[in-house]
Structures are given as C-alpha cells and as structure tokens.
Design a protein around this ligand. Structure first.
Ligand code: KIV
Length: 275
C-alpha cells in the first residue's frame, strides 16, 4: 500500500511508529521500499555521502532532481520526500514555490522538506497552497552549519529549547505534514511530540518521536568520514564490499575471473576466418 501524508498522520494517531531512510538512487530505493520502510528521504546529505562535499551547502537543485527521479522510479510504496537544497527557498517565497514545484514535477517527489522554523513559515504556507506537502526540519539543521559553528546538539539551554518548541508549533500551524527533529535532547523531542499533532521524525532525538530516520550509509557501515553518536550500525556492509573488491582484484590478477561460465562463445569456423 502506498504511504502518503495521510497514512503518516494516521500512524501518529494510532501510535504506530514511522520508519524512514535516506536513498539517492534507484537500486537502493527499491531495496528499501521492498523492505517495507514507510518513507524515503532524498536528503541533501547526498552532498556528504554521494558527492563527497564536507557539508550540504554546495548541493544544487539539479543534484536533487537527478537523484530524486532515480529514487522515485525505485519506490513503489514508500513516500518519497525530496530535500530543498540550500538557497532554493531561503531567498523568497516565489523561489520556494518555484523550486518545490520543480522537485515534484522534475524530481517526481511526493513531498518536499525544508529546514527552519518561523523564518520559513511564509514559504511553507505558499508551497502548501500550491498543493505540495511540506516536511519541516528543526534542531540541528545542516544547511545552517556555519551559523551553528559545527555539528552540535541543539536545544540544551532554556532559550534554544523554547525556540525549537515554538518553531515546531509554528511550522505545524503553517501546514507542515511532519517534522524532522535532528540532534535535540530526548526529553525536548518527547515534549514536542506531545504538543504537535503532526508526526515527528527523529534523528538523534530519542525514542519518543513518532518515527525515526537514518542515512542508509551510516546504518549499513558504508561511510567512515564521521559517525554521529545517534547512529546504530545494523550491518557492516562497507567491510563486506571491500572484501568483495579485494577478491575481485586478486582473481583478475590470478586469472581466476572471468571463468568459462562468465564468457560468450563463437563458432571456431567464424573466428578462424578472421585470422
Ligand atoms: O539530508 C538528510 O539526510 C536529512 C536527514 C538527516 C534528516 O536531512
């Protein structure tokens, strides 16, 4: 059954947890979809884990559209949310609607996600008025990494915790259908989850959120540049892949690959004529 913004809302009402993972290509989206994960985020984390940038700032609309389309083709049942990249919505309400529209029309997403609270509420309202569902994102918002001065937990002091709580209520009022909470203390995420009627999707925000999301390379042990404390490694696929790559390299050198069963034949009389 196709997951939609309505089924996400129903899951919160019925206290049934929402599972989400990131994906950036067709094959991975298909595997995630077939495993029954409720939602796939084409995150601008692709800047880090796919394109090798230090942060998400250089990611473009074209990058998001290119990867969004690939994921959408692989995801049959999962709700596909595409991240709005840095400076595609902060500049004006007009830019926000235009770029959200491109992510739906060209990126083939089911919804878009943008970062921020009160400062992007006008953008959220306008995008929703255009018929596009919006997922909000509060706490550690990686596009503001330079303003935060690094990847730091958000909302530990009273002023910042109050600001995040107020922002959660404001993005809900603006019409967001769900809210990602990244790197905030568990008790703050619990309070926000109780106060808003839209589902909260946590990443480094503890167990009381209505759902969870992880970057698939982190949870599969495929990305070693840095691993945040909130990541649980469900498998060590990186090691398995490296073993396979080493064996492949060795077998090529030893003449063990390709074998007869990996090879195409031609009749001897045909080939002999060419000598
Ligand atoms: O870009 C991304 O992967 C994200 C998740 C970390 C929520 O925004």
């Amino acid at each position: 059954m196709k997951n939609t913004v309505t089924t996400f809302k129903k899951q919160k009402e019925e206290n049934s947890k929402i599972s989400m993972l990131t994906a950036y290509d067709y094959s991975m989206a298909k595997l995630i979809d077939q495993a029954g994960i409720n939602g796939i985020l084409v995150g601008d984390s692709l800047g880090n884990v796919i394109l090798g940038y230090e942060d998400t700032i250089p990611v473009t609309m074209e990058d998001m559209i290119h990867h969004g389309r690939a994921v959408a083709r692989g995801a049959k049942d999962a709700l596909v949310v595409i991240d709005m990249p840095f400076m595609s919505y902060q500049t004006s309400v007009y830019d926000a609607v235009k770029n959200a529209g491109r992510l739906m029309k060209e990126g083939l997403g089911d919804a878009v996600k943008l970062e921020g609270g009160r400062e992007v509420c006008e953008q959220i309202k306008a995008i929703i008025s255009a018929g596009i569902p919006v997922m909000a994102h509060l706490g550690l918002t990686p596009q503001s990494i330079n303003a935060f001065g690094g990847f730091k937990i958000q909302g530990r002091d009273e002023q910042r915790a109050k600001q995040i709580l107020e922002d959660a209520l404001l993005v809900e009022e603006a019409g967001a259908f769900a809210l990602v909470l990244e790197c905030v203390p568990e008790k703050l995420a619990k309070l926000i989850t109780q106060k808003v009627s839209i589902p909260t999707i946590g990443i480094g925000a503890g167990k009381y959120c209505d759902g969870q999301i992880l970057v698939y390379q982190d949870m599969l042990g495929m990305f070693s540049d840095f691993t945040p404390k909130f990541v649980k490694k469900y498998a060590n696929i990186g090691e398995i892949m490296q073993d396979a790559f080493r064996t492949y390299h060795k077998e090529i050198n030893e003449g063990k690959f390709p074998m007869e069963e990996n090879t195409y034949k031609i009749d001897d009389e045909v080939i002999e004529k060419l000598y």
